[in-house]
Every structure is written in C-alpha cells, then in structure tokens.
Design a protein around this ligand. Structure first.
Ligand code: PMP
Ligand code: GLU
Length: 393
C-alpha cells in the first residue's frame, strides 16, 4: 500500500456515520439479509409525480442541457424568495441555490470561518456540521444544554468566555426532533445581534412538525437584510427529493454574492434538471407535502409508545418535528453487553437483529441512539420487536 500524504485539513475528518451505517445496512440487505434500515434520515416516499414530470419536461425541451448561473436559475431563486414568508420583501438576490443543503452549509463555512474561529452549536447536532467547520479550519465548539430537549439557550451562550464567529441552530432539530418556539428563537437572534455573531438557522425540516406543534421560521421574526442572520433550507426532506440534491441559502445580498464567488469554483451551478424539479416542488401546492407529513405524524404517534416500552432505553420529551427519535442507552446495558460505546452497540444490533440505527457519538452525544421513523410502519413495528428482544437479552 502506498503511503499517501494528504492535506493536513483532512487528517481529522471522519466519514459521515449516518451515511456509513446506511451503506453497511444496504450492503447486508443486498446480500439477502432482512435488514430494517432506520439509520439514515431519508423519506421512504418517492418524489411526487408532478415534480418528476417537470424534470422530464426540462430534459425534453433541452433546458437541462446547459450550465445555469452559479446561484441558480432566476425562476427558482425568485420562487424560493416568494415561497418563504418573511418580514422582508425577499428577492432572488437573497437566494443562493446550491447542490444540496449540505453544500450550502459547507460553502457558508468556507466564506465565514477562518483559522481557529469558533462555531458554536448545541449538542447533539447533525453529523456534518462539525466536519464542515474543521474543513474550514475553524474550531467547532459544541455546548451541551442543561435542558431536557437539548435546546440552545441564551443562558448557555452567556456562559461562554468568547464571542463565537458563528452560531448554528437547527430547527426542527436532527437528531432530537425538538422544535424551538418563536420566543426561544427571538432571544437567540437578539443575542447574536448584540454580540455581532453570524447566526445560521438550518430549517431543512421546517415542514415536518407534528401534533399541532407550531414552527416559526426566523424569517418571520427578523430581517436578513444587512444582517448576519442566515437561513438554510432545501427540498430533500419535505418533498422526498434527497436524490436531487437541491438546497439553498437565504441571506443578505452581499453574503449571497460571496457564496456565488466560492461556488463558481466548487460546483458552478447545481444540476439544471434538479433545479427545474425543485422549481415545480416549490411552486406546487402543498398536497403531497401534507400527505407525507401526515404519514410521518402517524408513524411518530404509533412508534413512540412502543419504543418507550423497550427496557434499557431512556427517553426525554416526545419529538415534535423531523423524523427521528433520540434515546439514551442505560449504561448498565453497555456494561452487560460488554460494549465500549453506542457505535459498537449499533454494529452488534445490526449483526444480531438486522436493525440499523445511528449511534450518538457522531451527533456529539455518546451513549445515545437515533432511530429514523421515515419507514413503513410494519417495518418499524418489526424493528421494535427485534429491539425489544435485543435489549431484553
Ligand atoms: N441539515 C440537516 C439537519 C440534515 O439532517 C440534513 C440531512 N441530510 C441536511 C442539512 C442536508 O440535507 P441535503 O444535503 O439532503 O440537502
Ligand atoms: N441528514 C440525514 C441524516 O441525518 C441524511 C444523511 C446525512 O447526510 O447525514 O441521516
């Protein structure tokens, strides 16, 4: 084997644990094992037909053949600006369309964070934020909030002995399913304003809130114009479009322009065909989004009571959004099963019971497990049966 010397910046970067577990589960399934994959966060629905049709039309009419402007086709930028109800009069110039929300966040880190600058977030957090901050050579600074749903509060931020360059809030939150109230968001916006920090709010699960929970976008609470408040969103989760790779950033025009300069050299434009599909999604009525949302709500309500009966798992508040349940493993279980951590535990569960879950370590909270309920209910029920057996052994 050759001893390649890679750039220092990638030395401490680890693979995405959610994608790794997903790949492992898919591999086992392809070998004929009856794997139930509740690891990755991905809707199990196919993209609604009217969106597929719009993409086919873009191909048939030649629109998908060519480069588009780096920041996206004007129609989509305008549609996103109009789609988001905001206290600002948002325009295309406030929107950067990117090849996924993941890339939107990556590009934001590239333009905002320099060597050693600190990026604060509440743990547990989605797996890629940390590695993206490291790739920008910034310092990732997670805070473990002292409240049952692990929400970032201004009280926690006040305890810091530095002012972060960037604060990230994910609302609704992956992996906990917690949803911030308008008041909670308002105080975080105020804190960021007073302290002159960038506040990135990742609202990718905005349409997926359940059981009468209210979601309030920060766009309804504060202006982004001439401000350091930035919103990230995309089509992956709400429209069942993970494969199309379209996300976006809403921000002040100057921030968008800077993103465009960096994206010119990374992707140029996101795939044209995906942009036309996303345009149909954003301009479409909410029927299919609401249908999928109702399904997720039903699954959450059917899954939660069964899950909380599993011995050896400890639960906080019932999730209000996204499509995850996040639970603590009683340390006695790890002792009994002679496992060092929940990463080992998830591998053992996969091997013995063919259920794939994501381990807390990647989310900055060792000792926890994440289950995605974006799967058919009969599969979830069967997985819970197997988990009950595993945790009783
Ligand atoms: N943010 C959060 C919190 C997520 O869970 C995901 C899931 N992939 C993303 C961003 C990125 O979504 P995508 O890259 O599919 O647009
Ligand atoms: N965001 C999803 C998850 O948390 C998809 C996988 C990923 O990009 O991490 O599982």
């Amino acid at each position: 084997m050759r001893n390649y010397v890679f750039a220092k910046r990638v030395n401490s970067i680890t693979p995405s644990p959610t994608l790794a577990m997903n790949a492992r589960a898919q591999q086992l399934a392809s070998q004929g094992h009856a794997v139930i994959n509740l690891s990755v966060g991905e809707p199990d629905f196919t993209t609604p037909k009217f969106i597929d049709d719009a993409a086919k039309k873009a191909i048939d009419t030649g629109l998908a053949s060519f480069y588009t402007p780096t920041l996206g086709i004007k129609e989509l930028r305008t549609a996103v600006a109009n789609h988001e109800s905001s206290i600002d009069h948002l325009q295309a110039a406030n929107v950067a369309v990117t090849a996924s929300a993941k890339l939107a966040l990556y590009a934001l880190m590239q333009i905002l964070v320099s060597d050693g600058e600190k990026v604060v977030i509440a743990a547990p957090y989605w797996v890629s934020y940390q590695e993206q901050v490291k790739l920008a050579q910034g310092e990732f600074y997670p805070i473990l909030p002292h409240n049952p749903d692990f929400k970032l509060t201004t009280a926690e931020l006040e305890k810091l002995d530095f002012i972060p360059k960037v604060v990230i809030v994910n609302n609704p939150t992956n992996p906990t399913g917690a949803v911030y109230s308008a008041t909670e968001m308002q105080s975080l916006i105020k804190w960021a304003n007073i302290n002159d920090a960038f506040l990135i709010v990742d609202e990718i699960y905005d349409k997926l809130v359940y059981n009468k929970t209210t979601f309030t976008s920060v766009l309804k609470l504060a202006s982004i114009k001439n401000q350091k408040l930035i919103v990230v969103n995309g089509v992956s989760k709400a429209y069942a479009m993970t494969g199309w790779r379209i996300g976006w950033v809403l921000a002040d025009e100057q921030i968008i322009t800077q993103l465009g300069i960096v994206l010119d050299h990374i992707t140029s434009n996101p795939a044209a065909v995906s942009q036309y599909a996303a345009l149909a999604a954003v301009n479409g009525d909410n029927t299919s989004v609401n249908q999928m949302k109702q399904q997720f709500e039903k699954r959450l309500n059917a899954t939660w009571p069964q899950l909380t009966e599993i011995p050896g798992l400890i639960f906080g508040a019932k999730p209000q959004g996204a499509f995850y349940c996040f639970m603590k493993v009683d340390p006695k279980v790890l002792e009994r099963k002679v496992m060092k951590n929940t990463t080992e535990l998830t591998l053992d569960i996969l091997e013995k019971k063919q259920v794939a879950l994501a381990a807390g370590e990647g989310f900055g909270l060792p000792g926890f497990l994440r289950l995605s309920y974006a799967k058919k209910q009969d599969q979830i029920n069967e997985a819970i049966k197997r988990l009950k057996a595993y945790f009783s052994e």
